[in-house]
Design a protein. Structure first.
Length: 287
């Protein structure tokens, strides 16, 4: 593969910082990621931010079909050329914004769940992860590269400082494993922080029994909205509009000490709290 510097210069292009464009310099890095992702010839993949095709090309050589999503129209033209030069025939390039595209469309085209891969732009990584969670009925798993600081937060366990809203949402519906570590020097231009590749494998949430997922995510957001506060005070201060009595009663019914903080709760406890809150809110409305 031609060096990103050489390619961009030939096309009179520069990396766009606002789009989080950092391009892999060494083809072997992308090949290693594709290899460790456990892809198969039956898989249909959606790649987020295909860029110059560094990951697109090795992935395409393994899977049945890859949809290469790229937001930058100038990059799309360059990418088309790279796909042709490398004689890739199972890649369809799609110009668009991942935050505005319906992932279920690709699942319908694939007649089954898709696999998402990509080097996620730092400034919208959290938004993309929330979208993947909400679209997981169309997505089997995701192999995503993130700046290491964010990757640490996402894969954090309850009880440690890094554990937050996104990690709580992911722990509820997915298993996470580290696929690879990637040095900042491997990119052009180099970001300030090293990167980490994570596999997010979505799983059934039936183990939690009957619950309201949409409300659960609101409860998690409320709990972490004021993470320095105790759970009781965080819930009262949130957009859930709870009275102190309702918050206390719900926490008690869920078997959760009101003085605990959000980062100490695991998925089962958040679900229990959601169920208790829903019952309490219904009771309040009947009064």
């Amino acid at each position: 593969m031609t060096s990103p510097r050489v390619l961009l210069k030939a096309w009179n292009l520069k990396p766009k910082k606002h789009l989080g464009q950092n391009f892999l310099l060494n083809p072997s890095t992308a090949e290693a990621i594709a290899s460790r992702a456990n892809l198969s010839p039956d898989d249909v993949v959606l790649e987020i931010g295909a860029g110059l095709g560094a990951l697109t090309i090795p992935v395409a050589r393994i899977v049945k079909k890859i949809y290469a999503l790229e937001k930058d129209p100038q990059m799309v033209e360059l990418l088309k050329t790279q796909i042709l030069v490398n004689r890739i025939s199972n890649c369809e390039i799609v110009q668009g914004d991942i935050l505005k595209i319906d992932l279920h469309t690709f699942a319908e085209l694939a007649a089954g769940k898709i696999i998402v891969v990509g080097n996620l732009p730092y400034n919208i990584s959290s938004q993309i992860l929330v979208k993947l969670i909400q679209s997981r009925h169309a997505v089997q798993r995701a192999i995503v590269m993130l700046q290491k600081e964010l990757a640490r937060r996402i894969s954090a366990q309850p009880g440690i400082k890094e554990y937050g809203r996104i990690s709580a949402m992911l722990r509820y519906c997915a298993d996470i494993r580290i696929v690879a570590n990637v040095k900042a020097s491997t990119f052009y231009p180099p970001p300030k922080i090293d990167s980490q590749v994570l596999e997010i494998r979505f799983k059934s949430t039936s183990v939690y029994g009957e619950h309201d997922e949409a409300m659960l995510f609101k409860v998690i957001k409320a709990a972490f909205g004021n993470r320095r506060k105790t759970l009781k005070n965080a819930l009262i201060a949130s957009e859930l509009s709870l009275t102190p009595q309702t918050a206390l009663q719900s926490l008690g019914s869920a078997g959760i000490d009101p003085s605990r903080r959000a980062e100490t709760l695991d998925s089962s406890e958040f679900v229990s709290l959601q169920i208790s809150l829903k019952k309490a809110i219904k009771r309040d409305k009947r009064k």
